[in-house]
Design a protein around this ligand. Structure first.
Ligand code: CP
Length: 325
């Protein structure tokens, strides 16, 4: 008879799988980004069919909690969950008990009591998504926390750039405008570095963050870029009375992205909402160079990929999910 030898720890139950979140681009490595973009591509194919709905996340439950206004992020997460057959619910702070003074902890735990698989949260305070991840049992996706991070925006931007320009390595990207108050810029700079693209920040010196990436006030620097990524002035995050530029008119005159400042072949992106006639000329926004509508389309399939990835624990061939529909 063979002796049964038990090695220490072998009879222990497997450690519970770590709950995965997407709180920051810093949570991802290059393989994660490649996997998410490949998954998004597969979902994009599924969205060309007459029946766009996949059964992949049936019986899963996604709650979107928005403490700040949103058009693109809120609608695309909602649609992404629906296209994957998950149950979905959106709670906006306006009109909720937040207006009666309910704390983030109490709101998160209240919604957590419904047993969501995923909570998608946008909040004006940096760190809010991480806090929700600590006080609930859900997977948490950061849909924007203050001026800290907006990781799914950065992923959809990478996806859009790759679709339009072929490859990300070596791409030159100029981010123009109010970098100081921008979670989009912070996430995007990290994401571009991860995939080997080069970034320069362009704008009024008080609105630049030189620790983030090479910076210049000289708008002609956009001439070297393959992609000119335009940011709006985020006045909702500026302290009252703070004066970063003498006037919006002067901002537009010195840093507005106009057809005259672009060269042929360059592509222009903007996370939205755009202030036409301020940071971006309407002729640019509506031109063939603009990828703004592509960014919105990418948002749907990238957010489908993020939900799928969090709930399936990683690199499961997405073709399998697409085929069974
Ligand atoms: N880019 C972005 O986050 O847009 P919304 O504020 O409309 O979601």
């Amino acid at each position: 008879m063979t002796d049964l030898r038990v090695v220490g720890g072998e009879l222990m139950p497997p450690a519970p799988r770590k709950r995965r979140h997407l709180l920051s681009i810093a949570d991802l490595d290059r393989d994660d980004v490649d996997r998410l973009l490949a998954t998004a591509s597969s979902f994009a194919l599924s969205q060309q069919r007459e029946n766009k709905k996949l059964p992949t996340l049936r019986n899963r439950f996604v709650i979107n909690v928005f403490y700040e206004n949103s058009t693109r992020t809120s609608s695309s997460f909602d649609l992404a969950a629906k296209r994957l057959s998950a149950d979905t619910m959106t709670v906006k702070a306006a009109g909720s008990s937040v207006e009666k003074g309910e704390s983030l902890r109490d709101t998160a735990q209240t919604l957590g009591a419904y047993g969501p698989d995923v909570i998608v949260i946008r909040h004006p305070e940096a760190g809010a998504a991480e806090f929700v991840a600590r006080v609930t049992d859900a997977h948490v996706v950061n849909a924007g926390d203050g001026k800290h991070q907006h990781p799914t925006q950065a992923l959809l931007d990478l996806y859009t750039m790759r679709q339009a320009l072929g490859q990300l390595e070596g791409l030159q990207v100029a981010i123009v405008g109010d970098v100081l108050h921008s979670r989009v810029a912070r996430s995007l700079v990290q994401a571009l570095r991860l995939v080997g693209a080069d970034v320069v920040l362009v704008g009024p010196p008080p609105l630049l963050v030189p620790e983030l990436a090479p910076s210049t006030h000289d708008i002609t620097a956009i001439g070297d870029a393959d992609v000119v990524y335009v940011l709006r002035m985020q006045r909702e995050r500026m302290l009252e009375g703070a004066n970063f530029v003498p006037s919006l008119r002067e901002y537009t005159a010195r840093w507005g992205v106009t057809p005259e400042r672009l060269r042929s072949g360059q592509r222009v992106m903007h996370p939205g909402p755009m202030n036409r006639g301020v940071e971006i000329d309407a002729r640019v926004a509506d031109s063939d160079a603009s990828l703004v509508v592509d960014q919105v389309r990418s948002g749907l399939v990238v957010r489908m990929a993020v939900l799928y990835d969090l709930l399936t624990a990683g690199p499961v061939p997405v073709e399998a999910a697409v085929e069974v529909a």
